[in-house]
Write a protein that binds this ligand. Structure first.
Ligand code: SF4
Ligand code: MG
Length: 344
């Protein structure tokens, strides 16, 4: 079956006085039914902007300038292109929080301090589901219980500032899942939490996914989290997807030098195991300072002078949903010793 969510050639650009910032510049990404896709990369690589583009939540002056975001969820018989919908329009508002929900890194910033947790939950529920006030309240309390909030009847009347960060994140997840979305987009939802709470939130998302059958798009820079929850991995660098594939293949046979460098920077994992912890040389430049040729070339140890600094690497397809964008895999461009199939 075609994927539930299928992003093709997505471009989200910010037009500023200094010029056009291409935060997302030609992203392809698919999420299948019941799958968990992790989008990884350092900060500033366009992960969040990609996620926000799906739901029309890109901040001004950003806008989608190209590509498509086909959504096949809900009861529809033919896909809807979310990229073509008015970000402030009724159709996207119905999809947002109903069919597709999003959880952000900062639960405090997403929850209103003016309304109780219960008010915010019932408002979302009644916006998307045909329920009376009393039914919505029962459902809200059931959701709070489901996400493991103790004494949900009391917490229903609490304000976010009366709850811990972990409890607020649980409340956010309760709101996100209250209407039974087909897709949950989670943008670094555990980054601000301590390790124990983080593990509990990940378990919670996994078990809710199991019971509801939803798909998850999980954005993170934490490869430990990826190893734990991903079916598939999408690696982003400077607004483009540089590699994607099943999680085992990404960890055991990373093709792209950026993916290899990310894995090498984690001591207990991948090829860095037993070796000295390495930092990726340099840092992610601002998208407006994106280099010519391969965007990674100023930091790449395998860069070929005269090729990588002039040629935008084409995508090499290694198998279904297994691609990388690096000239080392392009016959005639990379060095002969580095053609596909010749990796360890
Ligand atoms: Fe490195 Fe060149 Fe491949 Fe870019 S195209 S990742 S610079 S080897
Ligand atoms: Mg981000």
């Amino acid at each position: 079956p075609p994927p539930l969510l299928e992003i093709s050639g997505l471009r989200t650009h910010f037009t500023t006085r200094e010029g056009v910032v291409k935060a997302v510049d030609g992203v392809d990404l698919a999420v299948g039914e019941r799958r968990t896709v992790c989008v990884v990369g350092e900060s500033g690589c366009g992960k969040s902007v990609t996620a926000r583009s799906i739901l029309g939540l890109v901040d001004r002056p950003g806008e989608i300038t190209g590509g498509s975001i086909l959504w096949r969820g809900g009861d529809r018989t033919s896909p809807v292109d979310l990229a073509k919908l008015d970000p402030h329009g009724e159709e996207l508002r119905r999809i947002r929080g109903g069919e597709i929900s999003m959880v952000f890194q900062e639960p405090m910033a997403s929850l209103s301090p003016m309304y109780t947790i219960g008010d915010q939950l019932t408002e979302t529920i009644r916006l998307h589901l045909p329920m009376t006030k009393a039914e919505a309240k029962d459902h809200a309390i059931a959701m709070l219980r489901k996400v493991g909030i103790p004494k949900p009847e009391q917490r229903f009347n609490a304000y976010s500032f009366q709850l811990s960060g972990g409890m607020c994140q649980r409340a956010m997840i309760a709101i996100a899942l209250a209407c039974g979305p087909g897709l949950l987009i989670a943008d670094e939802p555990t980054t601000a939490l301590d390790v124990t709470i983080q593990a509990r939130i990940l378990d919670l998302i996994a078990s809710l996914q199991e019971s509801s059958g939803m798909s998850v798009m999980f954005i993170t820079h934490d490869l430990g989290v990826v190893a734990e929850i991903a079916d598939e991995v999408v690696v982003m660098y400077l607004g483009t997807v540089v590699e994607r594939g099943p999680v085992d293949e990404i960890f055991h046979d990373p093709k792209h030098p950026y993916t290899q460098a990310l894995l090498d920077s984690v001591p207990a994992m991948g090829q860095g195991r037993g070796q000295r912890l390495r930092q990726i040389r340099g840092r992610v430049p601002h998208p407006s300072e994106r280099a010519e040729g391969c965007p990674f070339h100023p930091r790449c140890d395998s860069a070929i002078a005269g090729v990588c600094d002039t040629t935008e690497p084409p995508e090499t397809v290694f198998g279904p949903d297994r691609t990388a964008r690096c000239v080392l895999y392009t016959p005639g461009l990379g060095t002969p010793g580095n053609v596909p199939g010749d990796t360890d």
